[in-house]
Design a protein around this ligand. Structure first.
Ligand code: TXA
Ligand code: MG
Length: 331
């Protein structure tokens, strides 16, 4: 049985004990829910890969309580100092060289000489990190390839009884995974879009940032996870839809007044289980927070596919588009 635990001091102590003993728990963060285990314990990390059915060449993010703790694991550099000052704790992950003698298990970084590291701002994640005193490896708590979980119920839906406890802290505030930026070279390289945009990073560093998602395949830097099919619900997605086919569900954004159903009818009259709106007011932050939950709801309908309205390519909208394009197999 999976137990959903309200994050009381007792529950946090229990979670910390499990982590110290090699266990895996469901952990809320401000981006999405994670599957957390002691990053220094290879066997515990192996349990994460098994649970997720994740290919072992795809490395995990290490979560820490503070910059001081990060310095024990990776070589912090000037870029990292400046970005940590501006955005930690928060939804920004740095790829940095593994520090000599770093206790982090090699399995976490899948044999790479670098480690992805972030300091989450969610108060429950912070309490757990402090209570166990360990760095925590935590990928998103979904089976490999599926949409990320943004509620404790999503985590249970993915793992059922295979996961003994999930700390339940309601809906994830941001709803898309952290921005990942590689800081190992002369120019920072954005590996994954998130709430912190390339422009925000460039502004803090007063330095160019390369957006690797815009590069040709042959010259793309290595972020193993970004090459895989990802975030996909059980139904196929059709992006930039301007109408809905009779057998489709609709993932809307903004007003649907002009969306028609092919063969007659209006999108606004679709059966309730066939339509979800990411944000009726066109608010991109609201849309990000709703994205994965709405996909999970629509995949339960009897539709044959999901038509998705276009999302503006600005701010966190870039991250939403990225997730949708990968889910649709366009990247
Ligand atoms: O918001 C998040 O980052 C969530 C929450 C739970 O913190 N975690 C998350 O982890 O999204 P995951 O494992 O689903 O995604 C980690 C991404 C993958 O694309 C992986 O390939 C990349 O980070 N990554 C990890 N270590 C890396 C490294 N050393 N070099 C390049 N990319 C790396
Ligand atoms: Mg993931």
């Amino acid at each position: 049985m999976t137990t959903l635990l309200a994050p009381t001091p007792d529950a946090i102590a229990r979670a910390a004990d499990m982590l110290k003993n090699g266990g895996v728990i469901g952990l809320p963060t401000e981006t999405v829910y994670g599957l957390a285990a002691n990053a220094n314990d290879g066997e515990a990390v192996a349990r994460i890969y098994t649970l997720k059915d994740r290919p072992q060449f795809n490395p995990l993010i290490v979560h820490v309580a503070s910059v001081e703790q990060a310095r024990e694991l990776v070589d912090f550099n000037a870029f990292a100092e400046e970005l940590a000052n501006a955005y930690w704790p928060g939804p920004l992950t740095f790829v940095l060289p593994r520090k000599k003698g770093s206790p982090v298990s090699e399995l976490v970084s899948a044999g790479l000489p670098t480690i992805a590291i972030r300091c989450p701002s969610h108060p429950v994640a912070q309490s757990v990190l402090k209570a166990c005193g360990l760095p925590l490896a935590a990928p998103s708590a979904n089976r490999s390839g599926r949409p990320s979980p943004t509620s404790p119920q999503h985590v249970v839906a993915e793992f059922g009884d295979a996961l003994p406890i999930v700390l339940a802290a309601g809906a994830s505030h941001i709803g898309v995974e952290s921005t990942v930026v590689d800081l190992t070279g002369e120019t920072p390289v954005l590996l994954r879009h998130g709430a912190i945009t390339a422009q925000m990073i460039a502004n803090v560093l007063s330095h160019d940032v390369i957006d690797s998602t815009l590069l040709e395949d042959g010259v793309k830097p290595r972020s193993p996870g970004q090459t895989l099919k990802h975030y996909a619900p059980r139904l196929p997605l059709r992006l930039r839809a301007v109408d809905v086919a009779a057998d489709e569900a609709l993932l809307a954004f903004g007003k649907t007044t002009f969306m028609g159903v092919r063969g007659g009818g209006h999108a606004k009259n679709l059966p309730a289980d066939r339509i979800r709106n990411l944000s009726e007011n066109g608010d991109l932050y609201e849309a990000a927070a709703n994205l994965f939950g709405h996909l999970r709801q629509l995949e339960l309908s009897d539709a044959k596919g999901i038509a998705v309205m276009d999302i503006p390519d600005t701010g966190i909208g870039t991250a939403i588009r990225d997730r949708l394009e990968r889910a649709a197999g366009e990247r």
